[in-house]
Design a protein around this ligand. Sequence first.
Ligand code: ADP
Ligand code: GLC
Length: 491
Amino acid sequence: MKIAFVASEAVPYSKTGGLADVAGVLPAALQKLGCKVKLFIPKYSSIDESKYGLRYCWNIGEMQIRVGSAVRSVHIHTSTLPGSEVEVYFVDCPYYFFRGQIYTDDPDEDERFILFSKAVLQTLLKTKWIPDVIHCNDWQTGLIPLYIKNNFKEEGVFNKTSTLFTIHNVAYQGRFSRSAVYSAGIQKNLFYAGGPVEYFGDVSFMKAAISFSDIINTVSKTYAEEILTPEFGSGMEGILGDRKTDLFGILNGVDYEQWDPENDSLIPYSYSLNDFSGKLKNKEFLCEHFNLACTGDTPLIGIVSRMASQKGFDLFAEVADQLMELNAQWIVLGSGDEKYENLFRYLAAFYPDRLSAYIGFNTELSHLIEAGADIFLMPSHYEPCGLNQIYSLKYGTVPVVRKTGGLADTVRDWGESAASGNDDGNGFTFTEYSGSSMLEAINRAVSTFGNKPVWRKLQQNGMKAVFSWDRAANEYLNLYKISQQKRQSGL
Ligand code: ADP
Ligand code: GLC
């Protein structure tokens, strides 16, 4: 099966969050299952051409792509995804993608991804490589299903190509003023109140994707249910409800080539299920790096996160002083919303022996925190999948999470498992979105840390669990087949 996998970021080239982790690994897992996969991403100025051996595609040459009244020149470069045979296509248009950051608040943010989506389709046409399935991810690629079903209908060239749209976060929707109808070249008869593209008078790329994709999925089973409710659907619950039979949940996997304490090149001391000694050394190294005096007896709690309201830091603010009184130390890595950045800057200044924070994006440090911390906190308000709690399990770093979305599907509360007569818990969870519930769960984790045999069991349960991409890739393959059937039967 031929798959065009389209995303706005992918490791190792560009990353702001978990989407990049998925887009940089799932294509290779699909290729291993016998699919022929091509990955398409924008060529941002931050991508190191020589490091990744990008080659200019002379056979494609210059393409002229219309965005509204402007016509932009686009070039394509290719490379091979490291460790695989997946060909990566970089859409090169400096006018839109040389901006210093991957996503912007610039007034032409819609145009950037209109151009990207159109360029992907032009490249497929020019190279005469017509995929069976185009796998789109998040709103940045949301117009592709619309184009396939409408703008190319007459030509018929994509009539057998089906589309799968993966929602990594329903709250980010690509909502733009109605002028985007013109910029995107959306047929006028598709834009009307209550129609497939219109959202409160604006254009929604997410709604267009949900309307026109053959199949839709999100990144955990629980989140697939949650987004059908007003609390978590961010306004899309109605249209998602209309497509309920085409909506699936597939939990993300983990790339254990990159995230495994036994052979992680980004941590100083490796360790494993059979020999934990390196973990304590990583903790000491990390504490030294962060200027915290640490001991083996005081739990070190790590946070690595985008600082967005989704991630639950309002709860942290609510009970911050109580958290700082616990017998625990904190290391925080993250960037984003200034409100949360400043919360952690303040706490680091006020409680220098308790909490240390690095405000910024730093991949090496994210691995080091996973390896050195004892406990990992993710109090998310909502979490489509979440990867850091799964990394934490592998690193024997016990997660404390709110029971929502993918967090609910991956972390089993120790107390709950014990109450049902099992000892298969791998972390601590809380349900109510409140500072006091979060504090209660953290308290349980901190006090359990003192009970070494129980703690070791918790760590082992997490480290033994396997969240592989092979399982997820098989599930995706199945969805591709369903999307093909739907397309062929014209449903
Ligand atoms: P989301 O995609 O919502 O941000 P995920 O848990 O799915 O959440 O994925 C986040 C990814 O981004 C993880 O790989 C995590 O390690 C990484 N990450 C988040 N913030 C930072 C940061 N400040 N520095 C380095 N890596 C980060
Ligand atoms: C989004 C979600 C996160 C998920 C990631 C990858 O950024 O917020 O929960 O893990 O996408 O699917």
